[in-house]
Design a protein around this ligand. Structure first.
Ligand SMILES: C[S@@+](CC[C@H](N)C(=O)[O-])C[C@H]1O[C@@H](n2cnc3c(N)ncnc32)[C@H](O)[C@@H]1O
Length: 416
């Protein structure tokens, strides 16, 4: 892989080195981080995930360039002829794309990778569900690191449309003490990202810590709040980076939290408390303020009103001198229309209902409205690594949002 500086080699052991980035295989599933709560996958179950990862890689590296070529050569001229001018926005542009065969193949196959991932993940978990539930129960027993609220009614946007085609969404429960959503999330996201987020699928957490080291060197937040923690992969990065800190991680999904709490125990991380609640109104009345409050890839799964409330919660629960850090995919402004359509795919075809609107939302204005002083809000970017060596690599790795440099809006609360 020396020919591809900046791209890690994920070839299967024994495979010939890949001469170009386009032919590199994604990390095989067996390279995922192992721990006591992780489902055990048979050969065939792993193979299904490897097919999903390889299909995604094929779509990003082989088919996408053809979509881009067709967009320039066919779609744009056709739109111009039809409209008498170029497409004015991504909505007009997409209508042209959807008539183009290469786009339709790319889009349908991409949808198929998500359907296959969700089915493969769910089947692998259901096959061993009683044993997994038992393992997680035992890992969680006798500790006060998990607080569930059976009376919680999750917000409608979480109940009505299962995000990224995940059956039952984050909150659906199949059996007592269910962990299905958390377990299938962990094994499936690894396949969708082809391991690009690392063995623990925690690149957003690592990007956050990298950002903090660069922008607040030497800072040791003592109390950290993670809003919408999911199964806690990224939470654990923060907990490990600041081992003296007390970390509170909130999510609406009990199956995510049970699995996440057990996973944390299995990985020996004991400074996180997982709490079930609605992050629009986090159940924190008896908690002191927090020095660092994060939300990592959460906002796109909520709603416009919810984002405003989540920002308000991050303002109200922030200690003087503290930092609110909200990480997401970048806004569309200034991006070419084709790229906007490619990035918007999840919003239209992958059950990400608020995705499209979020990318048009002025998050800086929303932070100010939530109470942050105008001068205390800033837009920034976060990633784990140095900028990629060439634009080509950036594109191959980025896959329009699945690879990795994030947009972040931060707010600081002035020391009183
Ligand atoms: C895409 S996942 C991200 C999880 C985690 N931050 C990570 O980086 O892996 C979004 C999570 O936000 C949670 N979530 C969304 N809206 C919420 C709300 N209003 N209250 C609590 N949790 C919420 C979902 O349940 C889900 O687990």
């Amino acid at each position: 892989m020396a020919a591809n500086p900046g791209v890690e080699s994920h070839d299967h052991p024994g495979a010939a080195p890949s001469p170009t980035p386009g032919s590199a295989l994604p990390r095989p599933w067996h390279t995922i981080l192992k721990h006591a709560a992780l489902p055990t996958l048979t050969h065939d179950e792993q193979a299904r995930f490897n097919v999903v990862a390889a299909m995604n890689r094929f779509l990003a590296q082989q088919l996408l360039p053809r979509v881009e070529a067709a967009a320039g050569q066919v779609v744009e001229p056709a739109l111009k002829a039809e409209l008498g001018r170029p497409a004015a926005d991504r909505h007009e542009y997409r209508r042209g794309l959807e008539r183009e065969l290469t786009w339709r193949i790319w889009s349908r196959m991409r949808r198929a990778t998500m359907e296959m991932r969700q089915q493969a993940g769910r089947l692998a978990v259901l096959r061993q569900l009683p044993a997994l539930v038992d393992t997680c129960r035992k890992l969680n027993a006798g500790h006060d690191h998990l607080r569930l609220d059976p009376s919680l009614v999750p917000p409608r946007y979480l109940r009505a449309l299962p995000a990224h085609l995940m059956p039952g969404g984050y909150t659906g429960e199949l059996v007592a003490d269910d962990i299905t959503a958390g377990a299938s999330y962990e094994i499936g996201i690894y396949a969708t990202l082809g391991g690009q987020s690392g063995p623990a699928s925690d690149r957003a957490g690592r990007a956050t810590v990298t950002w903090l080291e660069a922008h607040r060197p030497g800072w040791r937040p003592r109390r950290i709040l993670d809003l919408g923690c999911g199964m806690g992969a990224n939470t654990l990065v923060l907990a490990r980076a600041f081992p003296d800190a007390e970390v509170v991680a909130i999510d609406a999904g009990a199956p995510m939290l049970r699995y996440g709490a057990a996973r944390a125990r299995a990985l020996g991380v004991d400074n996180v408390r997982f709490i079930q609640g609605d992050i629009e109104q986090p159940p924190l009345s008896d908690e002191a303020p927090f020095d660092l409050i994060v939300s990592l890839m959460v906002l796109h799964e909520t709603s416009r009103t919810a984002v405003q409330r989540i920002f308000k919660a991050s303002f109200e629960h922030l200690a003087a001198g503290g930092l609110a850090f909200h990480l997401e995919q970048p806004p569309y402004r200034d991006k070419p229309l084709l790229e906007q359509c490619l990035r918007d795919w999840d919003g239209r075809y992958n059950n990400e209902a608020f995705w499209s609107a979020l990318h048009d939302t002025d998050l800086v204005a929303a932070m100010r409205q939530a109470g942050f002083d105008a001068g205390a809000v800033r837009e920034t970017r976060a990633d784990t690594a140095a900028p990629r060596p060439t634009p080509d690599h950036a594109k191959v790795q980025e896959d329009y949002g699945r690879g990795g440099t994030w947009y972040v809006v931060t707010g600081e609360r002035q020391a009183s």
